[in-house]
Design a protein around this ligand. Structure first.
Ligand code: FES
Ligand code: FES
Length: 157
């Protein structure tokens, strides 16, 4: 039987009809947040990463019902084409976006890190991005990009 999920997504309060066995990933995509990418659907690739209640989580391995009364940030809430978030800008500047499929999840993992730790070491960045796989590029550019974004956010660039 359907139920209503009460949730805040990118600052907007929503009431969404869900099935008890629906995954959060599938619900978010169904209601239009297509930036939440469907990859492995088994918690391994990180393309479905969102921020839920201050933690980067993989939305393919949790039920939508578990997000009741939660606060979600998806890539749609991070920046726009005309006004990108500093992390998005840094990824573009470092040239680490190829097919782009992994990027929303990676940006959200990076944002979650920088929200808590504005001056991370390379090791800390690497650890934060550990659950986000990229088939196109190596990871050194992305680590550089997150470092550059952190400097920009701290006003050092
Ligand atoms: S789709 Fe969720 S981790 Fe791969
Ligand atoms: S840019 Fe293609 S998977 Fe990362």
């Amino acid at each position: 039987m359907s139920q209503i999920l009460h949730v805040t997504i990118n600052g907007e309060q929503k009431e969404i009809s869900i099935e008890p066995d629906e995954l959060l990933l599938d619900v978010l995509r169904r209601v239009g947040y297509k930036g939440v990418k469907r990859g492995c659907k088994e918690g391994a690739c990180g393309t479905c990463t969102i921020i839920l209640n201050g933690y980067a989580v993989k939305s393919c391995i949790m039920l939508a019902a578990q997000a009741e009364n939660g606060e979600i940030t998806t890539i749609e809430g991070i920046g726009t084409r005309d006004n990108p978030h500093p992390i998005q800008q840094a990824f573009v500047d470092e040239g680490v976006v190829q097919c782009g499929f992994c990027i929303p999840g990676m940006i959200l993992s990076a944002k979650n890190l920088l929200d808590k730790n504005p001056n991370p070491t390379e090791e800390e960045i690497s650890f934060a991005l550990d659950g986000n796989l990229c088939r196109c590029t190596g990871y050194s550019g992305q680590i550089k990009a997150v470092k550059a974004a952190a400097e920009a956010i701290r006003g050092e660039k």
